[in-house]
Design a protein around this ligand. Structure first.
Ligand code: AMP
Ligand code: ZN
Length: 471
């Protein structure tokens, strides 16, 4: 089935044509580990998770790299305020990040390179740029990229050459379009960096943020790969600078498809750490929301459309999360009903419906991740099967559940087994144990208890008799 994406480079919907027929390579700008990621950041990671899963559902093998920015202006600044070493400080937020992605059922990428493990690769790349005369060391000992040496500078963010202030230098990692100028590749050491420094041909210092992604993508995916993603705020200057660095040093095209997601807004304003209007995953789960509900809010709006997250910042009551809860309950109640009521075989109509619903779902997602079309196909399916069950038509439990499982390979919010459901095999063992105890066969009773434990359940003897629970 045809797969298309809106390529930020062309601003056009383009059919996806991979470099290699079967194996796709994709790079994602990951978290800067100086604080807990907020759900705005997770909007970007959920969009990338959706993209990952759609690529795989189309039968491709995927190699996905998501970097961890563990050295930059912000990590250094905040590790110093916390009086901690950079490593100890960023380790806290790396761990929190992985805990959070597990809570949200975000699939693991194949590679998570941390910037501090790739300093030599960054130095090598900067050296190539210096040797080619594209980068230069300035009076402050830092090395800058000379944007007027790269003819295509500005092609992603569509910056007019007339607005480029070549020769003017900017050292900060983040800057606005109005300040487009020569940017730092290697930042010479200053007292403010504390003990964060590495040796280089240009003296002690540290890499700029942009070169980190150029070097880590090259190391894990090669010089030229299929897809590069991030939030829309990454497009300029970060991705523009990555293109300039990678294409000039590698001498070939960097990326075929650029994809950017729109911001998550909270009550109408961009959610960001600097505005202080952010919510972390932990904050929301401690309040009683579950990962699936947060995931639903983030996945159910098209990635290029601004998503307004409605939440009362003081009570944490959230209309968005309430709606997510309702949608997920509807799906899970349907699954329960099918488990209770459906039979062994389907009418021809139901079989055809299962197939056509899966096709519609994939068709929607293949159209630039049109989740609305995908969800419409699923809810239409649920409605039709519910009606068939009302009418006592032939509905195969297996076929319908398999169809729901197919949707869930993308959505990952469904529950197929009731949490308290104890499998029949375990219940049989528990009964056998009761009998063994009645027979005073204590050895056998203990053996059965161990068998139950080995399968992930415990038997607790209570005044009302033995009870089996999941561990
Ligand atoms: P950072 O940790 O700030 O480097 O951001 C990590 C990722 O989150 C980047 O892809 C950003 O573009 C993205 N991001 C940050 N804030 C938001 C937001 N409010 N909505 C969507 N994505 C965001
Ligand atoms: Zn990046």
């Amino acid at each position: 089935m045809k797969l298309s994406f809106l390529n930020t480079m062309s601003r056009q919907l383009e059919e996806f044509r991979p470099i290699d027929d079967k194996n796709i390579r994709m790079y994602t700008c990951g978290p800067t580990v100086y604080n807990y990621a907020h759900i705005g950041n997770f909007r970007a990671y959920i969009f990338e998770d959706l993209l990952r899963r759609v690529i795989k559902l189309n039968g491709y093998n995927l190699t996905h790299t998501m970097n961890l920015t563990d050295v930059d202006d912000k990590t250094i600044r905040d590790s110093q305020s916390a009086s901690m070493s950079l490593n100890d400080f960023t380790a806290i937020y790396k761990k929190a990040f992985f805990d959070d992605i597990d809570t949200l059922n975000i699939e693991r990428a194949e590679h998570y390179p941390a910037a501090t493990d790739y300093i030599q690769e960054m130095i090598n790349m900067i050296q190539i740029l210096v040797d080619k005369g594209i980068a230069y060391q300035a009076e402050d000992n830092s090395v800058y990229y000379s944007i007027n040496k790269f003819e295509d500078y500005g092609k992603l963010a569509k910056i007019d050459r007339d607005n480029q202030r070549a020769g003017v230098r900017i050292k900060a990692d983040e800057y606005e379009k109005e300040s487009v100028s020569d940017f730092a590749l290697w930042k010479s050491y200053s007292q403010a960096d504390g003990d964060v420094k590495w040796d280089s041909p240009w003296g002690p210092g540290r890499p700029g943020w942009h070169i980190e992604c150029s070097a880590m993508s090259k190391a894990t995916l090669g010089d030229h790969f299929d897809i590069h993603t991030g939030g829309i705020d990454n497009m300029f200057p970060h991705h523009e600078d990555e293109i300039a660095q990678s294409e000039a040093s590698n001498g070939c095209k960097y990326v075929n498809y650029w994809m950017h997601c729109a911001h998550l807004q909270v009550n109408g304003k961009k959610m960001s750490k600097s505005l202080g209007n952010f919510h972390t995953i932990n904050e929301l789960t401690e309040h009683g929301y579950c990962g699936e509900e947060i995931r639903w809010v983030l996945i159910a709006t098209h990635y290029r459309v601004g998503l307004n997250f409605e939440i009362d910042s003081s009570t944490l009551e959230s209309k968005s999360l309430q709606e997510a809860k309702t949608a997920i309950s509807r799906i899970n109640n349907f699954i329960e009903r099918v488990n209770d009521k459906a039979g062994d075989s389907s009418s021809e109509e139901i079989s055809a419906l299962c197939q056509s619903s899966k096709d519609k779902f994939l068709h929607g997602l293949n159209d630039d991740l049109n989740i609305a079309e995908g969800l419409a196909a699923m809810f239409e399916f649920i409605r039709a099967v519910n009606k068939a069950l009302d009418d006592n038509a032939d509905v195969s439990k297996e076929e319908v559940i398999d169809t729901m499982k197919y949707f869930n390979t993308i959505l990952d919010v469904m529950t197929f087994e009731k949490k308290d459901d104890i499998p029949k095999e375990i219940i049989d063992l528990a009964h056998e144990r009761i009998q063994a105890r009645k027979d005073k066969d204590w050895g056998r009773a203990d053996e059965i208890r161990d068998e139950i434990t080995a399968k992930g359940y415990v038997v607790e003897d209570s005044p009302e008799g033995p009870k089996v629970k999941r561990v």
